[in-house]
Design a protein around this ligand. Structure first.
Ligand code: DON
Length: 321
């Protein structure tokens, strides 16, 4: 089927209406290379189950995955070792603390990190990726992602170097993980694989496609390939709802209601499952969404991107709740 011009026009209109919200955020200054992004940018791509892309705004820019990679490592690792193996090593509980906080460890002394989307949990599971060293682990993840998006991917060297030099907090977290015996490899190697995965470059189209596959429980309805199991997709979506937008996850669930994962580069990947009883026709059979808006709020989510998703979800009745 062809793209629907009305949907395309609506999206364009909503991007322009939400552009003003970029002033509610700033680019991620703590990773200097990300701080250089243009904060006025805002773009979105939506993909339906027939393969129609609807893209509006600034969608010709590539950006790094950052924390969106945490959802993808979780899925890749669960595919390789099984969900039980991964859930023995990382929990699925939100923390209510910042994504790079050390407080939950100090206060609760848990027997595993709280969830794979906070930095501590993500560093723990990235270190478990198959491969003898961080290069091999990175290649494993990259290959898994290339299978999903259907084209080669690469890392942004400048962003990697910039984060590596600024990673004092993550280094401290990794030492903490090592001391608590959650980390089976050396600290520097764990940081290397973690920062590499955060530095993988994608487009809003790539995020829309991966979001669609997650929405369809690991199945790509366009190529008819099943990439991962229903069970893995289910837990990934639970994590996206409860922890995907960090300390805004409750608000995001209430006002947007779509499983999503954000990153400090300003990307958001969202998975809209099919909704047969939807009050509108648009994306009733589900969708994948990729957003880019590098001005992020204090919680680390694209400020204008979040507002735009709120409007889209309301207008097209996309909430899963
Ligand atoms: O570890 C960090 O701080 C970054 N590489 C990723 C953080 C991030 O994207 C949090 N998300 N909103």
């Amino acid at each position: 089927m062809q793209t629907n011009p009305r949907i395309q026009q609506q999206l364009q209109k909503w991007v322009e209406e939400n552009r003003g919200h970029v002033i509610l955020g700033t680019t991620a200054q703590y990773i200097p290379e990300l701080g250089k992004a243009d904060p006025s940018k805002l773009g979105i791509c939506m993909l339906d189950e027939e393969g129609n892309y609807y893209c509006a705004g600034d969608t010709d820019i590539e950006f790094t995955l950052q924390s969106i990679s945490k959802a993808l490592t979780f899925i890749a690792l669960s595919c390789h070792y099984g969900l039980d193996f991964v859930l023995e090593r990382v929990d699925v509980e939100p923390t209510g603390e910042a994504f790079n906080s050390i407080i939950p460890f100090e206060i609760h002394r848990p027997n595993k990190p709280f969830n794979p989307f906070i930095n501590a949990g993500a560093i723990t599971i990235s270190a478990l990726l198959p491969g003898q060293n961080s290069q091999k682990k990175y290649e494993y993840l990259l290959h898994f992602l290339e299978e999903l998006v259907g084209h080669p991917l690469d890392m942004d060297r400048e962003v990697y170097d910039s984060e590596w030099k600024a990673s004092h907090r993550n280094r401290a977290l990794a030492y903490y993980l090592k001391e608590a015996k959650f980390l089976e490899i050396e600290v520097e190697e764990a940081l290397d694989i973690y920062i590499r995965q955060c530095s993988i470059k994608v487009s809003t189209k790539d995020l829309a496609l991966i979001g669609l596959i997650i929405a369809y429980d690991g199945y790509n309805p366009i190529t008819k390939v099943k990439h991962f199991s229903d069970e893995i997709a289910q837990v990934a979506k639970v994590l996206m709802v409860t922890c995907g937008m960090y300390n805004s996850s409750g608000n995001f669930a209430a006002h947007v209601g779509i499983p999503a994962k954000s990153g400090v580069s300003g990307g958001i990947m969202a998975a809209v499952p099919p909704k047969l009883h939807s009050q509108t026709y648009e994306f009733r059979a589900g969708a994948g969404i990729g957003v880019y808006g590098p001005a992020i709020d204090v919680q680390g989510n694209s400020a204008a991107g979040t507002m735009m998703l709120r409007q889209i979800s309301k207008e097209w009745d996309l909430s899963i709740f």
